[in-house]
Write a new protein. Structure first.
Length: 256
């Protein structure tokens, strides 16, 4: 449901309104009506619009807040992450790709650390990031262009053998993740692989300073991939970082 849909909703059946966007469970909870087949009164409709407006404001600012954080702290983040050893994850990902050849999309490349690693392995790498300041630093570091674009805005089709999303989709509101993964699916070639990592948990989002995180677990990852047009074979595993944070990782092989 988009903002325009909200203003067009009149005295419709409540079930119809919920079905417009079945994933907006927070809307259904905040605007719950005991008899789900009843028609909305003026008061109920006003309440629905108010809660929906607040919901969209929250989800639309989630990524904006995170992007602003990275723009303001780009140098600190770059210096803190460019030398982190994630070779275990990188090598597991590469096992699903033809050796030393193919094209990889690095989504949310950050410092450019992983783009540089894959380039040195002989892969053709396209790097993107939503933060213009991080993209500028990464460009100089990897000596290659970095496009300033959000993951959900990509428009590739059957272009990549591998798509790498290390800790980059975790700022996407959970309600938008399916749409984003559909675009990644479209960008991926048959027999290609998508890698993604999230902080481990079952809460929709938690906030840390200005950054907000969408957490995932095994159930939510399986649910996302089961809704995609293509079939995927999932290799899901957990890791811990130096701070003791548990991460859930997935290598999703596109089988058809």
């Amino acid at each position: 449901m988009d903002k325009h849909t909200i203003t067009q909703v009149s005295h419709q059946n409540w079930t119809t309104i919920i079905n417009l966007h079945p994933y907006d469970t927070s809307l259904s909870k905040s605007c719950y009506i005991q008899n789900s087949t009843s028609r909305l009164t003026d008061r109920q409709l006003r309440k629905f619009k108010k809660n929906a407006k607040n919901f969209f404001k929250k989800t639309n600012t989630m990524q904006t807040d995170s992007i602003n954080y990275y723009n303001k702290n780009a140098r600190l983040y770059f210096d803190a992450t460019k030398n982190i050893d994630v070779s275990f994850n990188q090598n597991k990902f590469l096992k699903y790709l033809p050796p030393n050849k193919g094209k990889i999309l690095d989504v949310g490349c950050g410092s450019g650390r992983d783009s540089l690693f894959f380039k040195k392995k002989g892969f053709d790498v396209e790097s993107i990031d939503a933060s213009i300041e991080l993209a500028s630093l990464a460009e100089r570091y990897i000596d290659s262009p970095v496009k300033v674009i959000k993951a959900e805005e990509i428009a590739y089709s059957n272009d990549f053998d591998g798509i790498w999303c290390m800790a980059s989709l975790l700022h996407t509101p959970k309600r938008d993740l399916l749409k984003t993964f559909k675009k990644l699916d479209r960008a991926l070639k048959n027999n290609g692989v998508i890698y993604a990592s999230f902080k481990y948990g079952d809460k929709d989002a938690v906030q840390s300073n200005e950054r907000r995180f969408t957490n995932m677990d095994e159930k939510s990852l399986n649910s996302i991939f089961s809704k995609l047009k293509s079939n995927f074979c999932l290799d899901i595993y957990k890791t811990k970082d130096e701070l003791g944070t548990t991460w859930i990782n997935v290598n999703a092989k596109k089988t058809r």
